[in-house]
Design a protein around this ligand. Structure first.
Ligand code: CP3
Length: 371
């Protein structure tokens, strides 16, 4: 159920353009600094919150703007990227913006023939399964390949003011999975088959993807992004042993390659309960925890030197408000014992999500009193 004004342009609706809404004491919480402070383990003024996939299909203003423009084309139009990235910031008053792009954008930019098929995800025309194919289809990413990213980030920095922009990249394993399978996969069978059967090709492929991901993150930070998130969305399909042997070294290469930029590095995957310690150890300042793990257990696994991000089940925002708020409170209480806690869902916003429920969730998180 959506009220008609929700389809209006954001600036036409004051309730959706507002900066953070007043806290319990009537003051407006400071957006400045809370997200970066929590990432760095400094004491924030309030618990910061943003949502993975906050920009996108759950927003009517997004669907309207994207009408007739293919996903990957929209990522190359700076004006559109700026507007789509800003939409959830205006609507929800979240503490950080996530750059509107996709994990496959740098691959497309170096000439890989791929597309994002609506309702399916990335589809690769000629899957990469041999050393020859790696050499033929993948080269390093140069900043000049993604000038539209630099332009978009610069534009955003001007629009966002104090709200930090999170840049992101797909991690080598998750990118490799799309390239090897040719599209989304449930069991990652071909990916793991190559990993076990042909370690040399695996090393060449993941090594190349690590430098592409690192270059993509660098471009975003050098243009003004103030944090980065490495999405290893499908790493949770691996045992700990295989993660450590075949995947972690490449995630570490990416995270190490941007360490000198001095921005917080968030490392996230789905179903990674058994990998959280390793994902932190790969070089993250913040580890994303999905909802299958109780946040207190996630905090223990991540250890004392890092912050955590998460971890409300994305379907909980469809529950009655009292249930949503009680579950958020449990996460906030657990998070208050971490070095730092960035509130988020345990994975991306589902397309059917009611934006008003997310707004109520943001307000609820912002009203939580940190002790
Ligand atoms: O708010 C944001 O997070 C926007 C930026 C963003 C997108 N994709 C835009 C997008 C980010 C951070 C991503 C990351 C991404 N892309 C990941 C890692 C995050 C995760 O969810 O685990 C992955 C695995 C992809 C690959 C991908 N791209 C998938 C699986 C899909 C969904 C396909 C579908 O239609 O169901 C996409 C498309 C995509 N990327 C959309 C958006 C807004 C939807 C495109 C549309 O509007 O049709």
């Amino acid at each position: 159920m959506s009220a008609p004004q929700k389809d209006d342009k954001p600036e036409a609706s004051s309730s959706t353009t507002a900066a953070p809404s007043p806290a319990k004491d009537g003051t407006t919480p400071k957006t400045t600094g809370a997200f970066l402070a929590a990432c760095r383990g400094e004491k924030p003024t309030h618990v910061p919150v943003w949502f993975m996939r906050q920009a996108g299909r759950s927003l009517p203003e997004y669907r309207k703007l994207r009408e007739g423009v293919p996903m990957l084309e929209s990522c190359t139009r700076p004006e559109m990227v700026v507007e789509i990235t800003m939409q959830p910031v205006r609507r929800y008053g979240v503490d950080a913006a996530i750059f509107y792009s996709d994990i496959v954008v740098p691959l497309k930019a170096i000439g890989v023939d791929l597309d994002i098929v609506p309702g399916t995800g990335p589809v690769v025309a000629t899957p990469i399964r041999t050393a020859k194919a790696v050499a033929k289809q993948l080269r390093d990413l140069e900043p000049s390949d993604v000038e539209y990213v630099t332009e978009s980030v610069r534009g955003l920095v001007g629009e966002l003011g104090d709200t930090p922009l999170i840049g992101f990249a797909g991690a080598p394993f998750t990118l490799a999975s799309y390239l090897i399978e040719g599209g989304p996969s449930r069991d990652h069978r071909l990916t793991k088959e190559l990993m076990y059967r042909d370690p040399e090709t695996w090393d060449a492929l993941l090594g190349r993807l690590a430098s592409i991901a690192a270059a993509f993150l660098r471009v975003q930070v050098e243009a003004g992004a103030r944090a980065v998130q490495l999405f290893d969305s499908w790493a949770g399909s691996l045992s700990r042993e295989d993660y450590v042997r075949y995947v972690k070294p490449y995630a570490k290469t990416v995270l190490d390659a941007v360490a000198d930029l001095d921005v917080p590095r968030i490392h996230f995957g789905v179903g990674t309960g058994e990998l959280l310690t390793e994902m932190g150890d790969a070089g993250a300042d913040v580890v994303g925890v999905d909802w299958r793990v109780a946040l207190e257990d996630g905090i223990a696994r991540v250890g004392p030197g890092r912050s955590v991000q998460g971890n409300l089940d994305p379907t909980v925002v469809f529950a009655p408000d009292d249930i949503m708020k009680a579950k958020a409170d449990a996460i906030l209480d657990a998070g208050s014992k971490a070095r730092g806690h960035v509130f988020n869902l345990g994975h991306g916003v589902l397309p059917a999500t009611d934006p008003d429920a997310l707004k109520r969730l943001v307000d609820h998180v912002h009203a939580y009193e940190l002790r």
